[in-house]
Design a protein around this ligand. Structure first.
Ligand SMILES: N[C@@H](CCC(=O)N[C@@H](CS)C(=O)NCC(=O)O)C(=O)O
Length: 243
């Protein structure tokens, strides 16, 4: 049992309850588990126990990392989305989850913090939320921080068109997998679906024109997959709210 549950996420935008991909995975899991929670908007991940967003306070105890939070809650409440999956389905699901959370996530971050259209969005969002001069300084610092991380991972050293080609290939593989299926490995959403949804939904919903997000928006299998999970977990969040 859980007495109190607070979930700290980035602020909502794009008609989604949060903009962070890992927070979206966690929030969809909470909806499917039927667990009540209080969502707290906190745009500074450094305030959390691992320095990353999202994090939770479970009965007053901070827990960082969406996977750890889901594990902790799953153990307490006995809710496991994947308990009925076969070993093969679990193996497939894990491969999709890791591909999108570890690989595709870097493409998302690159389009949001390095691509000029993403940077313009971040500049506008951060400067709107802070005093004018400080806002510009913070926006530059945030984007540089992510650019440095992507450079350290290696992908940031690639040419923009190479990064776009990798992201498009990931999406094409996923669209092929989703042909004739509602979910990735079973007839119901598994944890892998929630993880992949978290990485896709921001791109499908954000209004900025960036190459991989534009490709996602052009693939009917991807768009309908995202909207299916939004409809299942956040039925009132169908409208786009971003500028
Ligand atoms: N494995 C973590 C990943 C969380 C993560 O990478 N969060 C990003 C935002 S999408 C973050 O807070 N980055 C801040 C930073 O790296 O400084 C999870 O599942 O929660």
């Amino acid at each position: 049992m859980v007495e109190t549950l607070k979930i700290y996420t980035f602020s909502p935008d794009w008609g989604l309850p949060a903009t962070g991909p890992f927070a979206l995975k966690l929030l969809t899991w909470l909806k499917l588990a039927g667990l009540p929670y209080e969502q707290v908007y906190q745009d500074n991940p450094a305030k959390g126990p691992t320095g990353k967003s999202p994090w939770a306070e479970i009965d007053g105890k901070p827990v960082g990392d969406s996977a750890r939070i889901i594990d902790a809650l799953s153990r307490r409440c006995g809710f496991d989305l994947d308990s009925e999956l076969s070993p093969e389905q679990k193996a497939d699901g894990r491969a999709w989850l890791r591909a999108f959370e570890e690989g595709f996530h870097q493409i998302l971050e690159w389009e949001l913090f390095v691509h000029p259209a993403g940077r313009a969005y971040m500049d506008a969002t951060i400067t709107q939320a802070t005093p004018p001069l400080i806002g510009r300084v913070i926006a530059n610092r945030v984007c540089k921080h992510f650019a440095n991380q992507l450079n350290a991972r290696g992908i940031g050293r690639f040419a923009p068109e190479e990064i776009a080609a990798i992201g498009r290939a990931d999406l094409d593989a996923l669209a092929t997998r989703l042909q004739g299926r509602s979910y990735l490995v079973a007839d119901w959403p598994s944890l892998a679906d929630l993880a992949v949804f978290g990485q896709l939904a921001p791109m499908v919903r954000w209004p900025m024109a960036t190459p991989v997000a534009d490709h996602a928006k052009s693939l009917p299998e991807i768009v309908s997959y995202v909207e299916r999970i939004v409809g299942l977990c956040f039925p009132r969040q169908t409208a786009q709210t971003s500028t």
